[in-house]
Ligand binder design. Sequence first.
Ligand SMILES: Nc1ncnc2c1ncn2[C@@H]1O[C@H](COP(=O)(O)OP(=O)(O)OP(=O)(O)O)[C@@H](O)[C@H]1O
Length: 300
Amino acid sequence: MSIIEVRNLTKDYGLSKGIFNINLEVKQGEIFGFVGTNGSGKTTTIRNLMGFIRPNSGNVYILDQEVNYNTTQIMKHIGYVPGEISFPDIGDGDVFIKSQAEMIGLKNMDYANYLIKKFGLDTTANLKHMSKGMKQKTAIVSAFMAKPDILILDEPSTGLDPLMREIFVEVLIEAKQRGSTIFMSSHVFEEVEKTCDRIALLHNGRIVDVVDMKKIRHNELKTYKIGFENEIDYQKYMNENIYLTSKNNKYLQTTVDVKDEQINEFMKELSQYKVKYIKEVKYTLKKYFLKKISEDKKND
Ligand SMILES: Nc1ncnc2c1ncn2[C@@H]1O[C@H](COP(=O)(O)OP(=O)(O)OP(=O)(O)O)[C@@H](O)[C@H]1O
């Protein structure tokens, strides 16, 4: 079942800025990543999902209801972390979290308190004087505390230090295990790589690709870096090898792409050379993304 469905969504700000003909579906229980360069349209898409802005054309459906017409009803199911956090001037973090709980009718604060403790959040600090990281933690606690069915998160780990990012990933995985559906934009490849089931790559307001993380994790093309003992073996391999993708004459080193089915043959051939080291270069989402962007640029 699709929890979020975006059909032909366009928000055109002029001068090629905005989002154009966005189509995507987020399934029940999925963590869906939304990755893109600065200004590629992540926040614009998320604001449309939340019904904060109206598109020029296209539709957003959440839980089978069109967002612009049923916003209040749908919002009861959503926990939201905005891209830019600005709190009302109502006192300290505790007052804010309690006011948010009251607004959504949350009585049991056990999970909120668990999150506050987990993030080491000092809720006695005045909202106005909170650091960026504290504000972010306060927003995360507010979005997650009611264990909502859907979480819409705009760059949720911005301002968190590496340790807190790890804790955030744990909280995200806990939400997925409870069955929440999560839509999350991010700049941090490692974070989406660790958590997401599928990822949409956004570039210049258009979706370039939607990739299943299984494809990245178990990519059938493996990349190896090989260093040779001496120049003779290095040069010989350079002349005879079919897998080469790059070379480094100074360090007698080459990089090769090998398909899973070629691996035995590749190792057999390599055993005829004096090899100093061989190591697998991990295939990452970042690499995949950069390749897709450069292909997209060529098509412009
Ligand atoms: N209200 C607006 N009026 C005009 N242009 C806008 C408006 N909001 C956003 N834009 C432009 O639309 C493009 C997409 O912006 P958006 O904030 O959605 O990108 P983003 O992917 O979230 O960027 P970042 O990663 O930097 O936060 C940008 O070029 C931005 O300048």
